[in-house]
Design a protein around this ligand. Structure first.
Ligand code: BDR
Ligand code: CA
Length: 308
């Protein structure tokens, strides 16, 4: 039976590629998509999700918009990475179908309640929607089959020296989510920086024909880091979170206790990871089988027949 996934995301270059993976893998049943403000505004992440849905051909999957700003503090976005509109230079046909009338938080709760123990919840943006869902119905911690995020790190940050972007964008939400009493699989930067799009990977993307040349490779190569002399290519962070759910055999993991720093002047949004705690609340993927990962992702993307 296919793995049921609900993806909460902020597309976003790598969120778009994660959606493409969830749709393309025949062993995944993408049951719902919810959007959150993050990389770009909620309006834009939702528009991107709607356009991707129609273009990639999963129009039967509901999409609901959620929170446009963090639980507290200013909105932090990442146009400098993902482009003004969130998908780099990619322009998709305008969507003709609209988002669901439900709020993302309601769709998350309803979807989990309708299939207790069956849905793998995956979050690849700031954790605002998930925290609001937990506030509304704390029992969802027992309803998920699993909960996986892309976010955090045990070494360094990318939004600041200490904090990874998804946690930095809403640290209060992240703190509530890690404290909720469920097991969080934290696919953090230390893992995702192993999934680098180098020239050989771009060549393989091009082998996928128009989808590879016109959508996948442009999404996977838009961001080039002007501050890093040793830049090898973009990391497909969010793709790793979906891949973990479907192919955990490609990852080695360690249990840990993760706390989110909320008050540090220079460290707000840092994930403090204790691998020696006797009260673990997280599983932390450490090492990726890189060739196995790319083979898996390449095959799944190759199954997608876009509506061109
Ligand atoms: C994360 O931040 C976002 O910019 C990406 O989409 C990814 O979810 C990486 O730190
Ligand atoms: Ca994201």
């Amino acid at each position: 039976m296919a793995l049921k996934i609900l993806l909460d995301c902020d597309p976003g270059l790598d969120d778009a590629l994660a959606l493409l993976l969830a749709h393309g893998d025949p062993d995944i049943d993408l049951v719902a998509v919810t959007t959150v403000g993050g990389n770009v505004s909620l309006e834009k992440t939702t528009r991107n999700a709607l356009e991707l849905r129609e273009f990639l051909g999963f129009s039967d999957v509901p999409i609901a918009a959620g929170a446009g700003e963090p639980l507290s503090g200013p909105v932090k976005s990442a146009e400098h990475v993902h482009g003004e509109d969130g998908l780099g230079n990619v322009i998709l046909p305008k969507a003709t179908l609209t988002a669901s009338d439900s709020h993302a938080v309601d769709l998350i709760i309803e979807t989990l309640r309708a299939a207790p123990g069956e849905i793998h919840l995956v979050a690849t943006g700031p954790l605002t929607n998930i925290a609001l869902a937990l506030r509304r119905d704390p029992s969802i911690v027992d309803l998920v089959a699993s909960f996986t995020i892309m976010g955090g790190s045990y070494s360094r940050g990318n939004a600041t020296p200490a904090a990874e972007f998804n946690i930095y964008a809403d640290p209060d939400a992240a703190a509530e989510v890690f404290a909720a009493g469920w097991q969080v699989t934290m696919v953090g930067l230390d893992l995702t920086l192993q999934a680098i799009v180098d020239e050989g990977i771009v060549d393989r993307m091009h082998e996928l024909g128009r989808l590879g040349v016109e959508l996948i490779a442009p999404l996977a190569t838009f961001w080039t880091n002007p501050l890093d002399d040793e830049w090898d290519g973009q990391a497909l962070h969010d793709v790793c979170a979906v891949a973990y759910v479907a192919r955990p055999d490609l990852f080695t993991t360690k249990p840990a206790r993760v706390e989110v720093e909320l008050v540090g002047e220079f460290t707000r949004g840092m994930t403090v990871v204790d691998f020696h705690s006797d009260r673990p609340n997280a599983i932390v993927p450490m090492r990726l089988d890189v060739p196995g990962f790319w083979n898996y992702v390449h095959d799944a993307w190759g199954n997608v027949q876009p509506n061109v």
